[in-house]
Design a protein around this ligand. Structure first.
Ligand SMILES: [Ca+2]
Ligand SMILES: [Ca+2]
Ligand SMILES: [Ca+2]
Length: 493
């Protein structure tokens, strides 16, 4: 046989062999995207023992300082919460590391125990893993928060209300833990702020408004875990005062008369000027403010090079992490679900808590760098969710923004207010809080002029300013050093 024929036959045989090899051996056809987790192995030595109990004790003393992954490994009965049965199972295993014997010992006493195989779980690699809920008594009950004793973990019904209660309980315990750590160093101003919010929680509790109670508790946890108003941050607090004055203005008699045509737009602008003077010590003549440059996004406000640098540092991996969080984190999903019908959110509250949570996650992804976090959010808020457009409009809840289904916003504002929040927060960092405020006022006044000084235009000016101030305050006051270090990642990784 000629040598080229032999070569040809050989090559044919090889490719046929390779084809069947790929077909028959499944490991090359399916990419593994999950890992096997040994539940209860808290010290990562691949067995159950006293070392795990030591880690468990540390966790039970300070649970929210541990990562989501760690808390999930404590959930030995896999019911989504850390409860008394989990502790009993882990203590049996530490006592008797052979799961077959541990199972037998429990069965002999008539107590159900997981089958050995059930002590392992596959977890998807790289996907967001929601935290399991806390369902044990408070680790450190605080006398001043005794009103929280009325809250209880899940009663096991598993319906909507029961899940809500379980989340409220978890959040209340998390708040007690965060408050306990912060309270010795809180400034009088911060304490007063916390007391006001506690009173609001008690009010919701009394009225049975549990969804609002949950959101108020999440907001308080975020305050306690992430914000610090030191003497140098007095500016941030003053911005918050100005925001509250604007909210008050919308509900004032003056604004009511203005709506009815009994007061002029000049009088409303004068009222804003008075608040600027009283809250911030600033003299403004708003009606004669010059327009800003034609600015529609953050990039236009900043030195190109610096902004570009932070933009290019945003990797697609960062987006994936942020979106994964926005699509799966239970606290975020609850907070972004506070939407309302048109004109029912005059104080622009719907978008604020989701932005607070998103900013924290962006900060985590970007290693605590605020400028990078603003850059990441600025990009992410612009991502259009193409698949939303494929759902018939009449099938979508009317209060959801079509362009950013899972990002903060409602039909009234779209994602516009969320973008405002981030842009002006960013300008405080890239430039200064003073310049951010000045630019915000100029921009909103330009919009007001564009509207022909209508009541709607004036309402939007005030609402946009509220969103701007929320972002400025939060971006200034958040302290990356306060964020829990989240120890206890799987040590075997
Ligand atoms: Ca172990
Ligand atoms: Ca459990
Ligand atoms: Ca505007």
């Amino acid at each position: 046989m000629k040598s080229w024929v032999r070569w040809g036959a050989g090559a044919l045989l090889l490719s046929v062999g390779f084809y069947y090899y790929r077909k028959v051996i499944p490991v090359y056809r399916v990419e593994a995207k999950s890992e096997l987790v040994m539940l209860g192995d808290l010290d990562g030595d691949h067995r159950w023992g006293p070392g795990d109990l030591k880690r468990l004790d540390a966790f039970l003393t300070d649970p929210f300082a541990f990562s989501n992954g760690f808390a999930r490994r404590v959930d030995l009965n896999q019911n989504g919460s850390v409860d008394a049965e989990d502790l009993r199972i882990l203590r049996s295993l530490a006592d008797q590391p052979d799961p077959y014997y541990a199972e037998q010992a429990s069965k002999a006493q008539g107590i159900a125990f997981p089958r050995p195989r059930e002590l392992y779980r596959y977890e998807p690699v790289g996907a967001y893993r929601p935290r399991v809920r806390w369902a044990l008594p408070p680790p450190h009950p605080l006398p001043e928060l005794r009103w929280m004793d009325a809250l209880k973990p899940s009663q096991g019904r598993g319906d909507y209300g029961d899940n809500l209660d379980a989340e409220i309980y978890n959040e209340a315990i998390r708040l007690q833990e965060a408050y306990r750590k912060r309270v010795p160093s809180l400034l009088p101003m911060e304490l007063e702020h916390a007391q006001r919010k506690f009173a609001r929680c008690q009010d919701y509790l009394q009225k049975g408004e549990r969804f609002d109670l949950l959101l108020e508790l999440i907001a308080l946890v975020e305050d306690a875990e992430t914000l610090r108003a030191g003497p140098s941050d007095e500016k941030a607090i003053r911005y918050l005062q100005f925001r509250d004055s604007l909210r008050g203005l919308l509900a004032s008699q003056l604004f009511d008369r203005y709506r009815k045509g009994e007061a002029t737009w000049q009088e409303v602008l004068q009222a804003i000027e008075q608040h600027l003077k009283k809250d911030l010590g600033l003299d403004y003549r708003l009606a004669s403010l010059p327009p800003p440059r034609d600015l529609t996004n953050l990039g236009n406000y900043l030195q190109r090079a610096e902004w570009q640098y932070y933009k290019t540092s945003t990797q697609s991996e960062d987006f994936h992490q942020l979106l994964d969080y926005a699509q799966h984190d239970p606290r975020y999903l609850r907070s972004v679900s506070r939407t309302s019908r048109k004109h029912r959110d005059p104080h622009v509250e719907n978008h604020n808590l989701p932005m607070v949570l998103l900013f924290r996650e962006a900060l985590r992804i970007k290693g605590g760098d605020k400028k990078r976090a603003v850059g990441l959010l600025d990009e992410a808020i612009r991502i259009p969710f193409a698949w939303i457009k494929s759902i018939p409009r009449e099938n979508l809840p009317s209060s959801l923004a079509l362009d950013n289904f899972l990002l903060p916003g409602n039909k009234e504002d779209g994602s516009d207010k969320s973008r405002h929040w981030n842009v002006f927060g960013g300008i405080c960092l890239y430039k200064s809080p003073e310049e951010a405020l000045d630019l915000a006022l100029k921009r909103e006044l330009k919009d007001l002029k564009g509207s022909g000084f209508t009541v709607d235009g004036m309402t939007e000016l005030i609402r946009d300013m509220i969103a701007n101030l929320n972002g400025m305050y939060h971006v200034m006051a958040i302290d990356p050093n306060l964020l829990p270090k989240q120890t206890g990642e799987d040590p075997s990784r």
